[in-house]
Ligand binder design. Structure first.
Ligand code: URA
Length: 170
């Protein structure tokens, strides 16, 4: 049971990544929310339903992807993870990447972008597939941003269609 940062005090379950390496693609979100904390599985709440819907409509099978988060425990009241928590949890993400050796890492939202790529280039990179130090990254919005925003949902659909092409699914 990890106690590296203080999120262990308030979590119900740690939420490790979930899925498979069939497509050699990994999607990275921010942090577990309430449903994920209850069930111990990433992206099973509202944002997860949006993600599932987008994956389904773009022809990507969720069970063939590996889905994880920057931090594995829910921050209280779904606040953004603090940088000390991101740093403490980084070893798990590094291990996931080292074991899976993903061909492409999908960064969903600014927290995933700034943690793995750094800087403020999220908006200008969104929708693109970038090659950095020999690793491909697919940059898109966090699915939660589409909960009340149809334009973002449409952008997610366009971005994930691009990913489906990149993975040879279309
Ligand atoms: N938001 C995330 O970033 N991750 C989850 O697992 C659920 C919601």
């Amino acid at each position: 049971m990890c106690r590296t940062c203080s999120l262990f005090n308030t979590r119900t379950n740690a939420v490790p990544g979930d899925g498979s390496s069939v497509l050699k693609a990994m999607l990275v979100g921010e942090a577990p929310g309430r449903s994920e904390d209850q069930l111990g599985t990433p992206f099973v709440g509202k944002a997860g339903k949006i993600l599932d819907n987008i994956l389904r409509t773009t022809g990507i099978n969720r069970s063939q992807l590996y889905i994880t988060n920057i931090v594995k425990c829910r921050p209280p009241h779904n606040r953004k993870p603090k940088s000390i928590e991101v740093m403490a949890c980084r070893m798990y993400l590094n291990r996931e990447i080292a074991v899976l050796k993903p061909r492409i890492i999908g960064l969903m939202g600014r927290t995933a972008y700034s943690t793995l790529i750094g800087g403020n280039g999220f908006s200008s990179s969104r929708g693109q597939i970038l090659e950095i130090n020999g690793q491909s990254y697919f940059i898109t919005f966090h699915p939660a941003a589409a909960i009340y925003n149809k334009t973002i949902k449409e952008s997610l659909r366009i971005d994930f269609t691009k990913l489906a092409f990149e993975l040879g699914l279309k």
